[in-house]
Design a protein around this ligand. Sequence first.
Ligand SMILES: [Cu+2]
Length: 439
Amino acid sequence: MRVNRISRARRHAALGVSVAALAAGVTTGAGPAAAQPKAAAAAAAECSTAYKIEQKLSSGTTWRMCWRYDSKAGLVLENISYQPKGETSPIKVLNSARLGQIHVPYDDGSVEYDDLTGFGFAQGLMNLDPGECPGGTIKSVKVPDSWDPDHPNVNGLCTTTRSRGHAYRMQGDSANKVYQAQGKDLLVYSVNQVGWYEYMTEWRFQDDGTITMNLGATGSLSYEDYDAGDGRGWPIGKGPRAQATSHSHNAFWRLDFALDGSSKNRVEQYDSTVTAAAQGQQAATVKTTRTPVTKELAGDAKSYRWWRMVSAVGKNKDWHPRSYEIVPGPSTKYPGRSFTKHDVYFTEYNQCEQFASNNTGNCGAGAGESVDKWVNGQTLTHPVVWMNVGFHHIARDEDQQPMPVHWQGFSIAPRDVTAMNPLTPAELAGQNGHWEPGS
Ligand SMILES: [Cu+2]
């Protein structure tokens, strides 16, 4: 079926639908794009109403962004801003956020796929059933280079809200006072079919400023990949039968930050070293050092290491520079290709560098076509983050049928974006910094 899909993709690529068609989607897509001139909103908006997502969560936090749909990347979120209660204007976080590739190599070495640029990921956008967007809105998406050019519109983008459990809990001074809040998220997602798989591209915007991006894989194992017959498969049929071929899903995300509206963010790496307790000390000592990342970097995640993007222009009300910390999720790093050997790549922005592998942007003769090649010593003035999260899929009996969703992804979390917890209740607003009971 994979082969079938690729032939369909090639057939319709010949129709010559181009970047112009994608741009046209912004003006001719479904929705009342021109119908509702709202003076105040129009001034701030960088997209028409149909392409705007704005959600004020019950805790008072508002997320705003624009969406568009790219012929290769699928869902693209742009001009993302965060405005917790107590902030008088939106705080811009990202210029752009989207998938950067899904690379799928098979363990038996038979084949590998670049699902975004080589396999029609975007064209596989699925219609959503109203029941799978509970309490939300399903937007119509015009798919560029659609395989069904007479019907390019798909009800394929869900925006809704979801509870995530406790945002915090704290026992108050008086015995019967409990400060607690249930966190709320704005959820934005789409589903794209590639072969027999269905990928869920999920973006979670929490009311505390955290953004979590996850790729879920569900649908069905590809039937032609049974009976690997090489000892590398896992039997999911009776006895030794139907040995499904193991494979990896190496997902990339591309994040173009613009903290406080500026792309000139600084990258910092933090490492902590632990020294065993010296004589007379009760505990080991931990020393944390900051390393400015001034040039392009291929970074490896490890224990006691983290990175953050620091605003070039904005400070919070405690005069601390605003930043977003990268919080890696579980990952099985695939060493089989040069571009999957590192967990994160910080590259200087370049318009033609669009996909982490099998790049389709025209970077010119001699230019590399994968993200590792773009780490070549340039000074970072407008860093782009490429996050690589791998999942090694060894099938199991439970994968039939349908296959349960397996998730992979990571978060970015605010660090000093606000001077206090953005969800602080009014009664505790004075407890900032060195605070003592009764003060
Ligand atoms: Cu899989």
